[in-house]
Design a protein around this ligand. Structure first.
Ligand code: FAD
Length: 501
């Protein structure tokens, strides 16, 4: 029912596409951040989202947040299987079919409806291989932290979880050579007073719905949302994207749209898959390549005695420690699942289980790539017809072992013991990068430093597919800040056509 007020009619949009300045594909943080900026600057923007509208807020800010049985069922409504496979397995796929080992999500808000909330910045040196510096980027970090209400990032927003016990534990960790900080999370901790009610977890769907820019298409200038509709391919004529091919996943009707400008915000891997499926960069030597994800080790520690307060510490990566560790507790749950990533809210006074997640910086290799698959049904406009071919490098394997070996020292500083530790498969960190890498040389990159495709004057990418490298920090904040930066570049470069008319 709410959909009938919040969404726009694809028929109407398709018929009046000439009134749209920007079509954005995908409604996660990359898409919504750019869409809201562009709409506020006077452009007419339409977001096309393959998934359905199922919730107006992040799951952790909803009544379901502690429903460990219901939350996974909500995921099941909108998730689908994907595969990250080794080159060797890919070579044998005729005789040994690929087994799905990862998950993707498709809904209004994308994965921002379910994310765990950890929102640190990259370190300065993580930008070494990017075509712009940390210094240039820093103001966008500040603005993204403000619009996501990241806790601890301003005096008005205290840390979400802090205590004297946590201060003392951090001091012990720092003395032991780690770089311990209160975890910055995308949860609004501004005081509830004088008309301010906490926004809870940041989610692009909530930001979109709160915005005064959201309009139904044709009503007035602003940002409109078309859900349940996949862009199945982009068609090029010369240096221009001349058509978008769309499929409404409910009615199964197909549409063609002549866009003025197109922004890809389908999420890491999916933007790349769409470009590959469209065949618009066929003769490029780099398209689809240099895919990476964080090396992911997770585990369980047990406190030797209950601490009586919640705990959420982040060990930041340093030159000596090229990985980040999130430490959360204490609760009954003894293992992390992406299908209930807000389990850390359910602190128990007498609990002793502490979960930890280590994200290591993976090496970025050209041979790690997205490959389209022919087999399988064309559900979700083709979204699942791919696999990622990915092999760990020697350095990756060494770092994974270092992460595993390093945890007992962390546990000791917390007066705890490591009871279980496991390396998760490639792709499961859900922090994918690459495929459409940015750069300053068109021969070795797909987009310029401002996310515009070298070959197409009206095509841009705003998600982590353009990234050449990532630090150990979780990516959501950096995706948001990047999308903000790119939207500002567009606003500087172009005049809104509707504002003029
Ligand atoms: C359980 C979980 C926990 C996480 N925890 C954290 C965390 O603590 N910290 C952190 O930084 N990150 C975390 N992440 C990762 C984070 O959520 C993602 O990095 C972020 O949401 C990516 O945003 P995005 O806008 O690039 O893409 P997405 O959020 O993936 O959104 C992309 C959208 O595009 C749509 N789309 C794709 N293709 C098409 C098409 N062809 N046509 C139309 N629509 C299309 C998809 O349906 C999707 O809704 C977590 C993710 C999950 C799932």
């Amino acid at each position: 029912m709410l959909s009938s007020i919040l969404e726009s009619d694809i028929e109407l949009v398709a018929k009046n596409a000439d009134q749209v300045d920007y079509f954005i594909i995908g409604s996660g943080t990359a898409g919504v951040t750019a869409g809201l900026e562009l709409a506020a600057a006077g452009f007419n923007v339409v977001i096309i989202e393959a998934g359905p509208f199922i919730t107006a807020n992040h799951i952790g800010t909803s009544p379901f947040r502690s429903q460990s049985e219901i939350v996974p069922k909500i995921h099941s409504l909108v998730k689908y299987d994907t595969s990250w496979v080794q080159e060797e397995c890919y070579g044998c796929r005729e005789t040994t079919p690929l087994v799905p080992n990862n998950t993707a999500w498709s809904l209004v808000g994308g994965r921002t409806v379910f994310w765990g909330g950890c929102a640190p910045r990259f370190n300065k040196e993580d930008f070494a291989d990017w075509p712009f510096s940390y210094e240039e980027f820093e103001p966008y970090y500040r603005q993204a932290e403000s619009l996501m209400h990241v806790s601890g990032s301003s005096p008005d927003r205290p840390h979400f979880i802090s205590s004297e016990w946590q201060d003392a534990a951090m001091a012990r960790l720092n003395k032991a050579g780690f770089s311990a900080v209160h975890a910055p999370v995308g949860v609004d901790t501004e005081r509830v007073a004088n008309g301010h009610i906490s926004f809870g977890f940041d989610s692009s769907v909530a930001r979109l719905l709160r915005s005064k820019s959201l309009v139904q298409f044709g009503e007035k200038q602003g940002l409109s949302l078309v859900a349940n509709t996949a862009v199945t391919s982009l068609e090029a004529a010369g240096d221009t994207i001349s058509k978008l091919h769309l499929l409404n996943l409910q009615s199964k009707k197909q549409y063609e749209i002549k866009p003025k400008n197109v922004i890809l915000a389908c999420g890491g891997v999916q933007s790349t898959r769409l470009v590959l499926a469209s065949g618009i960069e066929q003769d490029s030597d780099v398209v689809g390549k240099y895919i990476s994800d964080h090396l992911f080790v997770q585990g369980l520690m047990r406190l030797r005695e209950p601490i009586g307060v919640p705990l959420y510490i982040l060990l930041k990566a340093t030159e000596k420690l090229p990985y980040q560790v999130q430490i959360q507790g204490a609760f009954e749950a003894d293992w992390y699942s992406p299908y209930h990533s807000t389990v850390w809210l359910d602190y128990q006074k007498d609990g002793t289980n502490v979960l930890f997640y280590c994200f290591g910086v993976g090496s970025v290799e050209k041979k790690n790539r997205v490959a389209l698959l022919d087999e399988g049904e064309c559900a979700r406009g083709g979204a699942s017809k791919y696999c990622v071919i990915y092999d760990h490098s020697k350095e990756d394997k060494q770092l994974i072992q270092r992460m595993i070996d390093g945890m007992p020292a962390v546990a000791e500083a917390l007066n705890a013991d490591v009871v279980r530790v496991k390396e998760n498969p490639p792709g499961s960190a859900l922090h994918e990068i690459g495929g459409l890498r940015m750069g300053t040389d068109p021969a070795t990159s797909i987009t310029d430093p401002d996310g515009r495709f070298w070959r197409y004057k009206n095509l841009y990418c705003h998600d982590s597919s353009t990234w050449r490298y990532q630090g150990a920090a979780n990516p959501y904040l950096t995706i948001t800040a990047c999308s903000l930066r790119l939207a500002r570049k567009l606003i500087e470069a172009k005049q809104p056509s509707l504002a003029r008319s």
